[in-house]
Write a protein that binds this ligand. Sequence first.
Ligand code: HEC
Length: 158
Amino acid sequence: MKKSLFVGFVMLLVSLLMVPVVVAEMPGSDADALWSYITKDSPYQQWSFWPDHQGMQNGRAPHGPKHKVYVNDKALVANTPPLEYGAIQVKENFNMAGELKAITVMYKIKDYNPNDGDWFWVKYSPDGKVAKAGKPAGCIGCHGTRAKNDFVLVHDIK
Ligand code: HEC
């Protein structure tokens, strides 16, 4: 009796330890999966801002006159470029009236595009439709002017 209780206890313990920790896996270079990740698994509006780029900011073409840039913890911890793999920046782009017009995202994926900082670039409509995704020459051309800052424009990584 005692022994079977003990065995039962050990089996319970083992099964508890085997329960997988529920952590949402990060998506690959898939714009729809990334949208689902940043809106459902890890909602980006609960992330942080760069310390020197908080909340609504004025912006330049082509992104729209106003924006907010949210960054996840993997981006935030960086104190020297490049950012860690898994780093994500989500930029909400607004018109002058403050209406959300587009969401542009940079997501750092290991070995995705080593020549240009391994960033996966996506432009979404406000409801998550993919307008551009992958390695668009436009995104890389502009942001590439700051390749030494890991293609990030709104914040100096240091
Ligand atoms: C014509 C130049 C230009 C192009 C093209 C461009 N960007 Fe940007 N991007 C900027 C500028 C300038 C900023 C700084 C914020 C601002 O002024 O709006 C910025 C900021 C960002 C940010 C905030 C983080 C950061 O790096 O500062 C993201 C995310 C972003 N862009 C994504 C994209 C994506 C995705 C594309 C392609 C679909 C793209 N950008 C194309 C100029 C450009």
